[in-house]
Design a protein around this ligand. Sequence first.
Ligand SMILES: NC(=O)C1=CN([C@@H]2O[C@H](COP(=O)(O)OP(=O)(O)OC[C@H]3O[C@@H](n4cnc5c(N)ncnc54)[C@H](O)[C@@H]3O)[C@@H](O)[C@H]2O)C=CC1
Ligand SMILES: CC(C)CC(=O)C(=O)O
Ligand SMILES: [Mg+2]
Length: 347
Amino acid sequence: MKIAVFAGDGIGPEVTREAVRVLEALDLPGLVLFEGDVGGIAYKRHGHPLPAETLEIARSCDAILFGAVGDPDCDNLERHLRPEQAILGLRKELGLFANLRPAKVFAGLEDASALRPEVASKIDLLIVRELNGDVYFGEKGIRILPDGRRQGWDMMSYAEDEVRRIAHVGFRAAMGRGKKLCSVDKANVLETSQVWRDVMIEVAKDYPEVELSHMYVDNAAMQLVRNPGQFDVVVTGNLFGDILSDQASMCVGSIGLLASASLSDGKMGLYEPIHGSAPDIAGKGLANPMATILSAAMLLRHSLGLEAQAARIEAAVAKTLADGIRGGDLGGSHGTAAIGDAVLERL
Ligand SMILES: NC(=O)C1=CN([C@@H]2O[C@H](COP(=O)(O)OP(=O)(O)OC[C@H]3O[C@@H](n4cnc5c(N)ncnc54)[C@H](O)[C@@H]3O)[C@@H](O)[C@H]2O)C=CC1
Ligand SMILES: CC(C)CC(=O)C(=O)O
Ligand SMILES: [Mg+2]
């Protein structure tokens, strides 16, 4: 079992360290970890945010545990050299098109939600976000208009096959959960979304037991706050899924809690918290490592088939929260390492 560990920038190394401690504590036979540079740190050391040797490590491993990338020092670099290209590059190079972002309220954490406890307590949803297409990977540029104004442009598109494969991921997930799938788009305005919606309707015929609904993304953002309990599986594109999942994190309490799996057709996957490098708290030991620890659990489940060990980690995190151990993001005072210690004690 080979796991690549790409800690990255900002709080990335801090939260990844705790997740690695948890993985190591499980004493998994044959587990070997391989570290690699990604993001701003990789740019500073190797001149590129995703060096060839890092990509090679990624390709040779069964799964990747990823921290976060992003460094304000690098914000003025040419776009292809910016830290964020590391995660975009890994997603594209490895064909990781399906991003699973579960959001569920942990018992005892209802009061930490930005929503009223009786609204928050009903949340148990899965955002299935397409991760290889959309405006993130379209042609883009900055051009000078004839009248001298600068104009930025980014091409949004989805081809039918790109929608079809993520639709199947969403419907299969719904079959294993509450059999409800809400497809989120902006088909009232965007042709990209019209194709998206047409394909969702077509694929739904293969899953007659799943109840398909459609929602415009602006309404979805509102419904996520008004009545998040109505959602089971939400399938959406790259941009909308990025935004809605950050929003969902505050509905369950904190962005420091939301884990994710980025999957391809095979078992290979990349696992990361949904948050970024949080430069505002980096280096202070304040970051909540739970999202990364829970991402490690997803890694064991999806890439290594170790369901019992994944459940063990999730139970330890749930117990830690139930015992009142909370980081600053949840109104508590526990630091990154103390939260890691507490999870390890409950493993
Ligand atoms: N997959 C990745 O590597 C991602 C990278 N980024 C990058 O991260 C950098 C910062 O982006 P932001 O927009 O500030 O988003 P962010 O997610 O890094 O931070 C947003 C806010 O949430 C807080 N926060 C995030 N994670 C936390 C944790 N584990 N515990 C406690 N508080 C936490 C931060 O302190 C900040 O106030 C940028 O360079 C951005 O491009 C952003 C999202 C994903
Ligand atoms: C940093 C971006 C490339 C993506 C992002 O915000 C995310 O995947 O959540
Ligand atoms: Mg994001």
